[in-house]
Design a protein around this ligand. Structure first.
Ligand code: 3HC
Ligand code: NAI
Length: 693
């Protein structure tokens, strides 16, 4: 029983009890239908619906999506609630989301606690509201406000809901009590049913303009635009026809790859930090963090830790550098203040009481976890870890933020390799969601658990990675960047590649990203890797030449693009450098189409990801997907590279890789795991399922 029926005097109470979030699964839907029928039969004068536990209904049960729908369907449930002859009151707390809000819109009266949130987040699942909200909400709050809620997916607070007219009142207290009190009041007034569907439809707005605005923001995602279509239907059709149109559009979206990609992202995001080996392993206590190096990354990491309420001791090389680091942190914090993320009090407390900047490592003696973010150089890192070994207290965790270097080698420079771990943040570290938790061969399980606990505290999506050059993300990045370089040698331009990948849904193409990160970073990395390169590797030199000319991207105003404020245009120096290199190597333009570029780029990404999985660096395909989604701007609606690969079909992808290998057998070596999956007729999702079993 997920809906409990109870009489409290004249009032029938329907209590939802389907933890953790009262999702509207089949038994809940049936319970609502039965409860409303029973209340209408047994003489109740009002019906109160409320949720047990932490929330009102947080939406349809997403686990049912993609399976055969089970009766009663949610739109019918909302209609049945609305058709009740006895007034129905929604008493909301927690998060009334998606189908949850739609049930509330089916009710005749709505009351909520001040902390309740309401929203229509279906677009984040590649869908639109499918249980009447596209028809009822515009009748209640107007087209523009309804479109905003549906296309942004952003929840609103109770105050705003009251102002908009979604709820009738806000009351403090237990949801059952406020529901009962409101019901009594309504009975006293002899209040009648008040179906939202009977309200007139407001005058039409300029729906084409609304669609254009939404299309611009959605970067290739379909569902926000379809949401506008559904709302527009309300102006052309009567309520029941509008509902049928909503259902048709909803079911069409249900069939799309984007829906599958986004639901994969939803569950992947929640699954990724659940590691079987950490079940029952208690993390170590962390109250004070040490950060070594207050440059770009150290300042960002310190900011993230401070914002989460931790004390931070930051070590720099000189007093001036320590002061500069403090300035960077203060800049980050004033940004947080401006955006309303913190109050002035907290801001002042953090800067005055929670942060210590110093130059002597002795200041780290009380730190529970110390993160090194100094220059990317093994000798420097070893020296730092050697010093840490002498000052850090017993049991302190020693972490490196290295982007590429071998965490095991760093650990070996200490007398306590079990306490050493990689915590790889992304820039800007107080903003970017991804944290790679790099587990060395000697890292102790409770150190790993502490890495994940810290990630959670800092609001990060933490992903476990083994040790290899670049870990999961940067290793894959290096491979698809190499592929882009090869495409360029063979005829593509950086601008064509950026356009194709932006068309795929990346916010920025790879060359614009390189400009943003700084071309010197890639340059330094190429120099580092040069001695270990295989003679068969194709490494272009045009990028080095750009750097030799002092063009490091956005920070110098010139890279692949020339920057003028926020505007960018192709740098006219780039193509001549590329053409000169092609001529020198005797290469001809292969005239790649956009589709050929996309196929090669994505094949390179998926193939490297499959190698990383096969080697056990990533444990599950979803781990790779979450790294690319949260650290590299991979479009969420494509689910991540391995989800995308599944949706394309692995045999065709492997066939592509084999055909590319005829031109460059060294670069295009198929991943053994990919070959195995194709031979066995399985895919990456099968591996995710096996890992979850
Ligand atoms: N269906 C099924 N399971 C759900 C769910 C849902 N709608 N919402 C959350 N869950 C599960 C999560 O997967 C998680 O499971 P796990 O413990 O096994 O990992 C558990 O509930 C707890 O969720 P969170 O960890 O996310 O808990 P939080 O407290 O951080 O957040 C929440 C709670 C804000 C409700 C968040 O879970 C959320 O945003 N859920 C999705 C809400 C949503 O998208 N609703 C719309 C669904 S589509 C719809 O309604 C279609 C309709 O128009 C027809
Ligand atoms: P940075 O050059 O901005 O900052 C490094 C800081 O470390 C400098 O302020 C320097 O004074 C300080 N420093 C150097 N040696 C020190 C020592 N012995 N003791 C105390 N302080 C010392 O470099 P950035 O970009 O912050 O990178 C730091 C680390 O983070 C590197 O390992 C890098 O690979 C990694 N990283 C960088 C990312 C980026 O996008 N910049 C992303 C993720 C990781």
């Amino acid at each position: 029983m997920t809906i409990h029926y109870e009489r409290q005097g004249d009032i029938a109470v329907l209590k939802a009890d389907n933890p953790p979030v009262n999702a509207l699964g089949q038994t809940v839907r049936q319970g609502l239908v039965d409860g409303v029928a029973r209340a209408n039969e047994d003489g109740a004068k009002a019906i109160v619906i409320y949720g047990e536990g932490r929330t009102w209904f947080a939406g349809a049960d997403i686990r049912e999506f993609g399976k055969t729908p089970l009766e009663p369907y949610l739109p019918d449930v909302c209609n049945i609630v609305e058709a009740s002859a006895v007034p129905v009151i929604a008493a909301m707390h927690g998060t009334a989301l998606g189908g949850g809000l739609e049930v509330a819109l089916g009710c005749h009266y709505r009351v909520a606690v001040p902390t309740a949130k309401m929203g229509l987040p279906e677009v984040h699942l590649g869908l639109i509201p499918g249980a009447g909200a596209t028809q009822r909400l515009p009748r209640l709050i107007g087209h523009a406000a309804a479109i905003d809620m549906m296309t942004s997916g952003r929840p609103i607070g109770a105050d705003k809901a009251l102002t908009l007219g979604i709820i009738d009142k806000i009351e403090t207290g237990d949801p059952l009590e406020i529901g009962l009190a409101y019901a009594q009041e309504l009975i006293g007034q002899n209040a009648q049913v008040r179906p939202v569907s009977a309200l007139p439809v407001p005058d039409a707005i300029d729906f084409d303009a609304a669609r254009d605005a939404v299309r611009k923001k959605s970067r290739g995602q379909i569902s926000p635009v379809v949401a506008v279509d559904a709302v527009e239907a309300a102006t052309r059709m009567d309520f029941s026809e509008g509902l049928a149109e909503e259902r048709r559009l909803f079911m069409e979206l249900m069939k799309t790859d984007q829906r599958q990609g986004m639901i994969h992202a939803f569950f992947g995001e929640r699954q990724v930090s659940k590691l079987p080996e950490l079940q029952g392993v208690a993390p170590r206590d962390v109250a004070e963090i040490g950060v070594i190096g207050g440059g770009t990354m150290g300042a960002g990491i310190a900011t993230a830790a401070l914002l989460s309420g931790l004390h931070v001791v930051l070590i720099e090389m000189t007093a001036e550098a320590a002061e500069a680091a403090k300035g960077r942190i203060a800049g980050n914090l004033s940004g947080a203040l401006k955006r309303g993320k913190i109050e002035q009090d907290k801001h002042d407390h953090i800067l005055n009481d929670a942060l210590t900047c110093a130059t002597d490592y002795v200041a780290l003696s009380n730190a529970d976890l110390i993160i090194e973010a100094v220059f990317e150089n093994m000798d420097v890192k070893k020296e730092v870890f050697g010093k840490l070994d002498t000052v850090a207290k017993a049991g302190a965790i020693l972490a490196s933020n290295t982007s590429y270097l071998n965490v095991d080698e760093i650990a070996a420079s200490t007398s306590r390799p079990a306490d050493v771990i990689g915590l790889h943040f992304f820039s800007p570290a107080h903003v970017m969601k991804l944290l790679e938790v790099v587990v060395g061969k000697e890292t102790a399980p409770d150190v790993v658990a502490t890495g994940f606990a810290l990630g959670k505290r800092l609001g990060k999506i933490s992903v476990r990675s083994g040790v290899c050059d670049g870990f999961i993300g940067n290793r894959i990045l290096n491979t698809y960047r190499s592929c882009a370089d090869h495409l360029i040698l063979d005829g593509a331009s950086p601008y064509q590649i950026d356009k194709v990948m932006e068309g795929f849904g990346f916010a920025m193409g790879p060359f614009a990203v390189s400009d943003l990160a700084g071309l010197d970073i890639g340059w330094a990395n190429r120099k580092r890797l040069a001695p270990t390169r295989d003679a068969r590797e194709r490494v272009p030199t045009y990028a080095d030449k750009l750097c030799e000319d002092g063009h490091f991207g956005q920070k110098t105003g010139r890279g692949y693009y020339v920057y003028d404020g926020r505007a960018k245009s192709p740098n006219p120096d780039v193509m001549p450098l590329i053409q000169a290199e092609r001529a020198e190597l005797g290469l001809t333009d292969k005239g790649y189409s956009d589709d050929q570029i996309l196929r090669r780029y994505m094949a390179a990404m998926v193939n490297e990801a499959a190698k990383i999985l096969g080697e056990g660096i990533a444990r599950r395909p979803l781990d790779v997907d979450m790294v690319l989604l949260f650290g590299y701007g991979f479009p969420r609606y494509n689910g991540g590279p391995l989800k995308w690969a599944d949706l394309q079909g692995l045999p065709a992808l492997l066939e592509d890789i084999r055909s590319f290998a005829q031109e460059d057998a060294y670069f295009w070596q198929p991943a053994p795991l990919l070959e195995q999956l194709v031979a066995e007729g399985r895919n990456f999702e099968d591996l995710n399922k096996e890992a979850a079993a």
